[in-house]
Design a binder for this molecule. Structure first.
Ligand SMILES: Nc1nc(=O)c2cc3nc(NCCN4CCCCC4)[nH]c3cc2[nH]1
Length: 373
């Protein structure tokens, strides 16, 4: 815990990094997985459970929170941490990506985005300055610049236009954010699947001397190898001594391969959303509890897990709950999945500290491939 935002590199193993982000509200052990708490809740979880599993930070979304309950109201209620009872760091996404993917986008120009709320159809305008103002009203610890994330495949011209505008928006967000020692504003590298645009974006953002950098515009439908190629292209041009956050990623395999390429922070709805739909992540790979083969399987998901959801309930019961669409099914599988994700990150951090990350990665992938006994 420090009064300012600090990132310390504790160990490296190849390109993999073990670090620590220290902020007034707490310390984030990296590589870190950030559970997604879109509208001020990590769905189907109590936040003290989320904390117990090892989460040092959770993610919130400007887009959703600006629509409901509204940033000024959250500020009147004491800020997001107070409202949701999470006293540790919160990172908020800036809204750009969610506007593109969720709302009725009406206009996007140099000024910002104008969109219709997916909640009540009301018209909203969000500029880079307003996005930072909203994240400030939420009392967010790590605030993301407003950017334009282009869905792939897209034309090089379109990708370049969006990347250049995102760079101009990064400068406006830096000015709007000003100087807040205990908080951070991260830039977001864009450039689609075009290497020279990725390099241009990363180099221009590095000039802004921000406290951390995200790689955006990925996990938008491209094959994994394209995503990994873009990480390989971009990372060398990101400041070595600053945190690197890969937005929206990903599966356990995505994260292992991205840590191996120098990524420090991740967020993804995968463990929570797929848990609610019956998918369990385990040390031995994925198990879809909707499948009838589990109907009389009295084994737990993982008898060696420290998580009660993985250790104390039979697959037969989980199958029954999911098929019956009972809330407890989604609750138990979300609990299991976040537990597995945090255990994986803890294993990654320890392996890097001990200089055996490559072996850890290979063993982990072998266990997934061995499948569920
Ligand atoms: N501000 C901002 N900029 C981005 O370029 C961005 C890029 C992103 N890419 C994703 N991918 C999410 C993939 N997710 C995987 C599991 C199922 C739902 C979608 N989330 C993202 C969020 C993002 N946020």
């Amino acid at each position: 815990m420090t009064e300012t935002f600090q990132f310390k590199l504790l160990a490296t193993d190849g390109k993999a990094r073990r670090g620590e982000v220290s902020m007034p509200r707490g310390t984030i052990r990296t590589p870190a997985f950030m559970p997604v708490g879109t509208v001020g809740t990590v769905k189907a979880m109590y936040l003290d459970q989320v904390r117990e599993l090892g989460a040092d930070i959770i993610l919130g979304n400007t887009y959703h929170l600006m629509l409901r309950p509204g940033p000024e109201r959250v500020a009147r209620l004491g800020g997001l941490h107070e409202l949701i009872r999470w006293p540790y760091p919160i990172l908020t996404d800036s809204g750009g990506f969610q506007v593109m993917s969720l709302s009725g986008l009406r206009k996007l120009d140099e000024q910002g985005v104008t969109f219709k709320s997916h909640v009540d159809g009301a018209l909203h305008h969000m500029s880079p300055e307003r996005s930072i103002e909203i994240q400030g009203l939420l009392d967010s610890d790590i605030q993301m610049q407003l950017d334009e994330c282009v869905a792939l495949p897209a034309s090089p011209k379109e990708i370049e236009r969006a990347m250049e505008m995102s760079l101009r928006w990064a400068e406006r967000c830096k000015v709007a954010f000003g100087d807040q020692p205990g908080k951070a504003m991260f830039g977001i590298v864009q450039g689609g699947d075009i290497p020279h645009l990725r390099v241009r974006s990363a180099q221009a953002l590095a000039e802004l001397n921000l406290k951390g950098y995200a790689i955006g515009g990925l996990a938008v439908g491209e094959p994994q190898e394209v995503m990994l190629d873009m990480i390989d292209t971009t990372v060398p041009h990101m400041p070595f001594e600053k945190p690197r956050y890969l937005m929206g990623v990903g599966t356990p395999d995505d994260m292992l391969k991205s840590v191996a390429r120098g990524i420090d922070m991740f967020d993804c709805v995968m463990p929570t959303r797929s848990g609610r739909h019956g998918l369990a992540f385990t040390r031995r790979g994925r198990i879809n509890l909707r499948n009838a083969r589990h109907a009389e399987d009295m084994r737990p998901l993982d008898e060696e897990s420290s998580c009660p959801a993985a250790r104390d309930y039979s697959r037969a019961y989980l199958h029954h709950l999911i098929r019956a669409n009972e809330s407890l099914g989604g609750m138990l599988l979300t609990w299991n999945n976040l537990s597995y994700y945090q255990d994986l990150m803890a294993g990654i951090r320890k392996a890097i500290e001990e200089g055996r990350f490559a072996d850890f990665m290979a063993e982990t992938q072998e266990n997934w491939a061995r499948g569920d006994l």
